[in-house]
Write a protein that binds this ligand. Structure first.
Ligand SMILES: C[S@@+](CC[C@H](N)C(=O)[O-])C[C@H]1O[C@@H](n2cnc3c(N)ncnc32)[C@H](O)[C@@H]1O
Length: 407
């Protein structure tokens, strides 16, 4: 397919480098604030989203499927992620590069030429992502990897994406940028879009990520698939989920269905707990402060692990090898994500908690974690919030500990 490059005059562009890929951007796009109204969408600050995608796809190829990959990049913009995947010598048999915006597709063609990428592995198209997925789902060979990177919510693409992806050991990569919805600033919109009630609390980022996982998993289930989250990544106002697909009704019933539950949060004392079922009118009294007025529930949400250690270890290893700009930041984020495994849901923002307790001394987080461990509890950092810690210590005991430190 050849796209008309009628208005692509050389002096209308600037040249940029991201990772190993060279990129043309429309000149006026390069000076505007990233928005839908750009000629072709490109957000420099989202480089971290593309970095993590490259690391995750390479890690998937090394661990779960060691054959040449078929990948669908259905919302490519400038084509930057695909270009970087191709330039990072990821083992690719075929890559679908698509965008609904015809100006974007013209630019992608130009960017492929700029990077000397031969067309034999590329399927370039200008379609609605759902139409592309429907067409792909008819093929004999289903893609190994699908990436969805929309403006805002991915919700309307997830169903057709599960129809198109390989049913076993496929890698689904999904971004959501509608964080105000998932983090409970717009709770009604969250119920409408994700069929789940959010909570606007200090740990709403984790709950939002778990609501997104719940939604993706439920849509997988109705397509006779299940998912295993490999990495659930939050940064810079986006959540990106990397999940492995599996099939089999029994496995779905055993693994997926007991991964859904609810969060109960006492707005008076901050007590929180997870339950696997929410029954009408239950529970109604906070077991800690006996408040029966302000007990809030959130969900349904994903209540099992949101990362796999094997996958995160491989990402850490690859971060050393691949052309990634934010290496140090990644090491920190992935290290904190690793610490989240086997820890309870939710976290405590230490600054807010000290403020609430009117404490003037804010302990160093790593010292606090050591102290909690010395008291016989578990504690860790969290990648969702660098000022917070996770612990299985009850909130009243935790508050007492903070007060004792001040004394
Ligand atoms: C947030 S941008 C992602 C850009 C790219 N992935 C990147 O990292 O720079 C979303 C892109 O999806 C495209 N898009 C929006 N709706 C679409 C649809 N229904 N089907 C295919 N592409 C779509 C837009 O034109 C835009 O280029």
């Amino acid at each position: 397919m050849r796209f008309e490059n009628t208005h692509l005059k050389r002096n209308n562009f600037i040249l940029k480098q991201e990772g190993l890929a060279k990129l043309y951007l429309h000149k006026n796009d390069s000076v505007s604030i990233p928005s839908k109204s750009m000629n072709v969408f490109y957000n420099e600050k989202m480089e971290i989203n593309r970095d993590i995608s490259i690391l995750a796809i390479k890690a998937y190829n090394n661990i779960f499927y060691q054959e040449p990959l078929e990948i669908v990049d259905c919302m490519s913009g400038t084509g930057v992620t695909s270009l970087r995947l191709l330039k990072n010598s990821i083992n690719i048999e075929k890559i679908y590069i698509n965008d609904i915006n015809p100006v974007a597709v013209n630019l992608i063609e130009k960017n492929l030429e700029l990077n000397d990428i031969a067309s034999n592995r590329i399927a370039l198209s200008n379609k609605d992502a759902n139409l592309l997925f429907t067409e792909i789902s008819q093929k004999n060979r289903l893609p190994d990897v699908i990436s969805i990177d929309p403006f805002g919510t991915p919700n309307i693409y997830v169903d057709s994406a599960f129809k198109a992806i390989k049913k076993n050991d496929g890698l689904m990569c999904i971004t959501a940028t509608d964080t105000a919805v998932l983090f409970g600033v717009r709770p009604k919109a969250c119920i409408r879009k994700y069929m789940s009630k959010p909570i606007h609390s200090e740990y709403c980022k984790e709950v939002g990520a778990r609501i997104l996982l719940y939604f993706i998993s439920r849509i997988a289930n109705i397509n006779n698939s299940g998912i295993t989250p490999l990495l659930t990544f939050y940064s810079n106002h986006f959540i990106r989920v990397f999940a492995l697909t599996y099939r089999g009704k029994t496995r779905i019933q055993e693994n997926s269905l007991n991964s859904y539950g609810y969060l109960i949060h006492c707005k008076k004392c901050g007590y929180r707990t997870i339950i696997s079922e929410y029954r009408l009118g239950n529970p109604h009294v906070c077991p800690l402060c006996l408040n029966n007025d302000d007990l809030y529930y959130s969900g349904p949400l994903w209540i099992k692990e949101i990362h796999q250690k094997l996958f995160l270890d491989e990402i850490t290893r690859l971060n050393e090898q691949l052309a990634i700009k934010n290496k140090k930041r990644f090491d920190k984020l992935i290290n904190y994500a690793l610490q989240e495994i086997n820890m309870p849901i939710s976290y405590y923002n230490i600054h807010k908690l000290c403020q609430q307790l009117k404490l003037s001394y804010i302990p160093k987080l790593d010292n606090l974690i050591n102290l909690i461990k010395e008291n016989g509890y578990r504690a860790s950092r969290t990648h969702f919030d660098f000022l917070s810690i996770k612990t299985n210590m009850r909130i009243d005991d935790f508050k007492s500990l903070l007060s004792q430190i001040e004394k």
